[in-house]
Design a protein around this ligand. Structure first.
Ligand SMILES: O=C(O)CCC(=O)C(=O)O
Length: 262
């Protein structure tokens, strides 16, 4: 499973321009790297322009869902579509979507942990649906959004449901960069799956974002790490045989004692 991860600098409040930028990037990537999967960051159509979402957020996932479905079909690639500001029933959500090579939406998720440090609870509604795993090219996967990374129960629940790769889409600030790295490595080691993340770079409203998108294997080795400041693409293939092997070598799932702590 070859990934192309777009560590993007987002044009604040300009969804059309960001979609255009994404389209150009996908076309280039497909020609150059022929990836199985492309991965985008959190809130990549608008950035954190939360007070101005009326008029620039999607409505019921549109137009971004159709845009990504067309891209997936045209280039026959899987798309972990980061997340977008999304208006539903009069409320704004931070919504993720995942699309397969046939252009079918295989997963939707509204961020359940809203981040107080970026004022999300003031402007957004929290998702109320439990996270689930999804499957692409026969591989079971999970997805979380940024602040969700701080809640190990969520990453563990996806491992227990069978995820072999955890995607983390983010706009994680530089101020807490060390947490970003350490938590991703911890989630990979404790769940013995791959962690593949996509964080934005650049600044908005005085906040600088940390880049440092990562691919971490189930042993906790960092296979790829993006720069802290530059817009760039990370390309990394992952081989899934490592997951059962490491789970056999260090059998934490059979050693667990949920009766003692749940
Ligand atoms: O938890 C953090 O420090 C950052 C979280 C965040 O920026 C987000 O969820 O968008």
């Amino acid at each position: 499973m070859k990934h192309a991860i777009f560590q993007m600098d987002i044009i604040a409040g300009k969804p059309e321009q960001n979609r255009k930028k994404m389209e150009v990037w996908v076309k280039e990537m497909v020609e150059k790297e022929n990836p199985d999967m492309v991965v985008f960051p959190e809130m990549w159509t608008t950035a954190y322009t939360l007070p101005q979402l009326e008029g620039i957020a999607d409505t019921n996932g549109e137009p971004t869902t159709s845009f990504l479905k067309d891209l997936a079909k045209a280039y026959h690639i899987n798309v972990v579509g980061g997340s977008i500001a999304n208006k539903k029933n009069g409320k704004f959500y931070n919504s993720s979507l995942v699309i397969n090579r046939e252009g079918e939406v295989v997963y939707k998720y509204d961020k359940i942990h809203l981040v107080p440090m970026l004022d999300e609870p003031k402007y957004l509604a929290a998702g109320e649906e439990r996270t689930e795993i999804f499957e692409l090219d026969g591989i079971k996967m999970g997805l979380i959004i940024c602040y969700d990374l701080r809640f190990p129960e969520l990453a563990r629940s996806l491992a227990l449901k069978g995820a072999q790769i955890l995607y983390v889409v983010a706009e994680w600030p530089t101020a807490r960069k060390e947490h970003w790295k350490a938590l991703q490595i911890a989630r990979a080691i404790e769940n013995q799956y791959y962690v593949v993340s996509c964080n934005r770079v650049g600044q908005y409203d005085g906040e600088e974002f940390a880049g440092t998108s990562m691919v971490i294997d189930p042993w906790g080795n960092t296979l790829q790490e993006g720069s802290e400041t530059e817009e760039e693409t990370l390309v990394q293939a992952v081989s899934l045989e490592k997951v059962p092997q490491i789970r056999k070598d260090v059998p934490i799932f059979s050693s667990r004692r949920p009766d003692m702590y749940e």
